[in-house]
Design a binder for this molecule. Structure first.
Ligand code: NAD
Length: 354
């Protein structure tokens, strides 16, 4: 298993070090893992003037999977747009053709009090959001800002999805649902947007290939509401790039801390990039207080989706559960009566629990 390790910026190096520690521990147990590091984002810019250095892209292309920390920092905010750290991330996703973004929102019973919603609304929550990542209004052409004949400026973007783009993300969602609770909720705005009218038609066609999976449809505005009203009604949600961007952040907060949430972005051969859902948290970088669990759980997703090793994935997830059950908490999830630990102590505890 060749893994490209891209720590990035801010807390990236601290949290990736913990996930690497977990993978190394598994390596000692006989799992054949090779890891090699390279800079990306601001670190890439600092090293070679490019947020996605050519050598980093090559390493990622040659690897079976990529483990990423996070990118971004205030010191890069004034760079020309193509040089900014976020561009490195957008480009690597595009270059690796990572069209399927998987973001689980899972609430650990021990952390029910960390959610802003009532425990009875969120306890037992286990949703998988499958977001299309390389199409939609974020990439559609034409786009831009131009000046109209009357001298007024106008901004425009184009929402577009081809049938094949919808079909491939649909199959990912149905495939995942068939291994979970067999329910897919497709989120669109088919009452207003033709692009998503096609989205709904294609989802209905795909559903015929999965007779065991129940398909439902929901308009995005209602989905936003239902996620905070009764989130446990969902199993797998599949949606386009912009709706998924917003809904997955909303869902992440149901679980209390963004520091707990992993993510996977897959291509059509299940090669993937695995990263926590949060950013580089410059406000706490270098203090050894970040929560590394989202990154460690991303490594578990890597074993599940790229290396097809469900047993080891669960072993990591169970180690995380054990550490939480033992009362260990980083600052972001700390409550009275638990034991506050640093980022590296949390990593050590997960390794010990393995
Ligand atoms: P952020 O996710 O970095 O931080 C938001 C808040 O959550 C901060 O208070 C931070 O301290 C906290 N937080 C985040 N991760 C945490 C963790 N593991 N443990 C404890 N607390 C944690 O979002 P932001 O502040 O909007 O953005 C900061 C930078 O990150 C920006 O440069 C932004 O562009 C970048 N960013 C990168 C990614 C990515 O790499 N995928 C995603 C989002 C934002």
């Amino acid at each position: 298993m060749k893994i490209a390790v891209l720590p990035g910026d801010g807390i990236g190096p601290e949290i990736v070090a913990q996930a690497s520690k977990v993978l190394q521990a598994l390596s000692k147990d006989g799992l054949k893992i090779e890891m090699e590091q390279a800079p990306i984002g601001g670190a890439g810019y600092d090293a070679s003037g490019d947020p996605l250095p050519a050598a980093t892209l090559k390493l990622a292309q040659d690897a079976d999977a990529v483990l990423l920390g996070a990118v971004g920092g205030w010191q890069y905010d004034t760079l020309p747009r193509p040089m900014r750290p976020e561009q490195g991330l957008l480009r690597i996703r595009k270059e690796l053709n990572l069209f399927a973004n998987l973001r689980p929102a899972l609430l650990y019973p021990e952390l029910a009090d960390a959610s802003t919603l009532k425990p009875e609304v969120v306890s037992g929550l286990d949703i998988m959001i499958v977001r299309e990542l390389t199409g939609d209004i974020y990439f559609g052409q034409p786009r831009g800002i131009h000046t109209l004949a009357n001298g007024e400026r106008e901004g425009y973007n184009t929402m577009r999805y081809s049938e094949s783009e919808i079909r491939r993300i649909g199959h990912v969602a149905f495939g995942i649902a068939s291994k979970r609770n067999r329910k897919v909720c497709s989120v669109d705005k088919a009452n207003v947007l033709e692009t998503t009218e096609l989205w709904r038609q294609v989802m209905i066609e795909i559903a015929k290939d999965y007779p065991d999976v129940e398909l439902s449809h929901m308009y995005v505005d209602n989905a936003a509401m239902q996620l905070v009203r009764a989130p446990k009604q969902f199993d797998v949600i599949v949606t386009g790039n912009i709706f998924g961007d917003i809904l997955s952040d909303e869902a992440s907060m149901l679980t209390g801390s963004i520091g707990m949430l992993p993510s996977a972005s897959l291509d059509s051969n299940n090669k993937g990039m695995y990263e926590p859902s949060h950013g580089s948290a410059p406000d706490i970088a270098g203090k050894n207080i970040a929560n590394p669990l989202a990154t460690i759980l991303s490594a578990a997703m890597m074993l599940r989706y790229t290396f097809n090793d469900e047993t080891t994935a669960q072993r990591i997830e169970n180690a995380v559960k054990k550490v939480l059950a033992n009362g260990l908490r980083t600052a972001d999830i700390f409550v009275a009566g638990t034991q506050k630990v640093s980022c590296s102590e949390m990593g050590d505890a997960v390794v010990a629990a393995l």
